[in-house]
Design a protein around this ligand. Sequence first.
Ligand code: KG4
Ligand code: ZN
Length: 334
Amino acid sequence: MLGIESSCDETAVALYERDAGLVAHLVYTQTEVHQEYGGVVPELASRDHVRKLTPMIGQLFDQSEYSLQDVAAVAYTAGPGLAGALMIGASVGRSLAWSLGVPAIPVHHMEGHLLAPLLDEPTPEFPFTALLVSGGHTMLVGVAGLGKYTLLGESVDDAVGEAFDKTAKLMGLGYPGGPALSRLAEEGDPQAFKLSRPMTNRPGLDFSFSGLKTQVANLIRDEANANRQADIAASFEQAVVDTLIIKCRRAVESTGYPRLVLAGGVSANQRLRKEMANWGKSKNIEVYYPSSDFCTDNAAMIALVGALRFDSGLSDSMSFSVRPRWPLTELSPP
Ligand code: KG4
Ligand code: ZN
C-alpha cells in the first residue's frame, strides 16, 4: 500500500506491507513556508505539496526494495483538511493508481490518527476509547471496530492543539507553538498559577479551551509575571492535561472499554502521556499512544488504514472528490 498525506502543512508518503508492516515513510514539514505568517497559509501549503509530493514518492521507493510495480493500491487522505492541499494528494494518488491499474482508497485523516497506535507494538485490540487531540480536532470517540465510531464528546471552540499554538503565540514562542510551549513548561512549576479546568464541574464529555488562552493572556499582561514564562507555560499545560484526564475518565466509564488510546499531534505531549499512563495504571485501564513520529501528521497511518480497508474488500469508482469537512461518525465498517 502506498500512502499519501497532504491535508495540511505536512507532505508525507509511506509504504505499508501486510506482513512486514511499515516498510518506509517520509515526512516533510512546511514549517519554514508558514513561519513568517504565524500560521498555515492554505494557498502556500497547496503549492508546496505540488513541489514536494512527486519527488518524495521517488525517494520513498529509492529507500526500499520495492518499485512502483509492486504497489497493490494507493491510499490518500481525502479529508478533513484544507481543500486545495487535499486536492493535490487526491489527484496524485488517484492518477498514480489509475496508471498502475490498481484501486485508489480515500482515507479519513482522523481515522488515520485514531488507528496510528496500531503501527507500534503492543497494538491495542478493539474495542477502545480514544482521545483524539490534534491542531484541528479534540474528540472522544468510542471505537468498537474498524469504521465503528461513536462520537462521545468534542470541543465546542478551540481544539487542544490550537489552544497550545495560540497560547504559545501570545507568549512569543512562534509557530508551531505547541512543542515549544511544552519544552518551556518543563522548566516551570505547574502549580504556580491557578487556571480553570474548563467544563469539568458539570457532567458531559465536551471540551472548551478558548477560555484558558484568555486566562494566560491576562497573566502575561501582568508585569509582575514578566520573568515567569516557564511557570505560566507549565500551569497552562497542567490545566489542559488535568482537563483531558477528567474527561477521559468519564468517557471510559461510559463505554466500559478497558483500553484507552491517545492519538493526534498533542498526544506527543510528554506530560499528557505520563499522567494518562499513571492514571490508567491506577484504574487498570491499558493506555496506548503512538510513537512520537506517528502522533503528528504522517502517511504511515494513512497507508495502514488503506491496507485495513483494502483487506476488507473495498472497491471504489474512478470519480473522486475531497471533503474538507467530514465527520468521523459518518464512516461505516468496510
Ligand atoms: O495531528 P497534527 O500533526 O495535525 C493536525 O491534524 O492538526 O497536530 C498538530 C498539533 C499542533 O497544534 C501542535 O502544536 C500540537 O499538535 N503538538 C503539541 C505537541 N506536539 C505537537 N502540543 C503540545 N505538546 C506537544 N509536545
Ligand atoms: Zn492530523
